[in-house]
Design a protein around this ligand. Structure first.
Ligand SMILES: [Fe+2]
Length: 247
């Protein structure tokens, strides 16, 4: 299982507060057989520019690498959770925020009703910037009630990520399983922030999916995960890769 949404880098956003917590989140993920985790710290264009964000991410990466051990931790890749803003489709600079080594970028949309312009802009990101948008935690928006909009996005190559909690929460489980069985979720994430309130919970979601929909759906998720991570740069090589100016 791959975790496409996490806040595990130390002291870089509202996620892990220090190196110890980051290591515990990684160790607990490893014990749950999570194979790979994409670190997706929050990027807000109102708060900073991509360069400043990347400098902070480099520092957090360096700190994590002082104790990262791939014999007891999952593979880690670097990305960002990019808050949508009008004009994002024209912003060359956000290319640096993709999952390092890939063409995929995790985007968080506003929680109010999406306009048609906004939906078109997400689709345009692919055409204009050559990036494949992944919509973060789809269950957080009213959009899950609008299968036609989801269909439009997916048919244009946009990928949909949902959090494990969508499946774990008994009030939303049926909906989550329905959407997944329709093929309208391609990637899962824990969106873990800390050990207490928002820990690693993907294994729980995986068990629920297997029990209700069988292994073939998990295999499909794995297929999409592998596609997205093709060429992704592991954290051990990330700093070197960035120095080459490719990020
Ligand atoms: Fe998040």
């Amino acid at each position: 299982m791959f975790d496409f949404h996490s806040h595990i880098l130390p002291n870089v956003d509202d996620g892990s507060k220090n190196l110890e917590e980051s290591l515990e989140l990684l160790a607990s993920s490893f014990k749950q057989n999570i194979e790979a985790i994409v670190a997706t710290p929050h990027f807000s264009p109102e708060a900073e520019d991509p360069e400043t964000f990347l400098k902070r991410r480099v520092e957090a990466t360096k700190k994590l690498l002082t104790a990262y051990d791939n014999s007891v931790h999952p593979k880690v890749y670097l990305g960002a959770e990019v808050a949508y803003y009008p004009g994002i489709k024209c912003s060359e600079k956000i290319k640096a925020l993709r999952i390092l080594g890939t063409k995929h970028i995790l985007i968080e949309l506003p929680f109010y009703k999406w306009s048609n312009n906004m939906i078109d802009e997400i689709i345009e990101i692919k055409k204009r910037l050559g990036l494949v948008p992944i919509i973060a935690h789809i269950e957080r928006y009213g959009i899950v009630r609008h299968k036609d909009i989801l269909h439009k996005l997916i048919s244009q190559g946009v990928l949909i990520q949902s959090n494990a909690s969508f499946f774990i929460n008994k009030r939303t489980r049926r909906k989550a399983l329905k959407i997944l069985s329709l093929g309208q979720i391609q990637l899962l994430g824990s969106d873990m922030h800390n050990l207490e309130q928002r820990p690693q919970n993907l294994k729980m979601a995986e068990d629920i999916i297997r029990e209700n929909l069988g292994n073939s759906v998990l295999k499909r998720l794995r297929f999409f995960g592998n596609e997205v991570l093709q060429g992704a740069v592991p954290i051990e090589s990330a700093l070197e890769y960035s120095l080459k100016g490719e990020a």
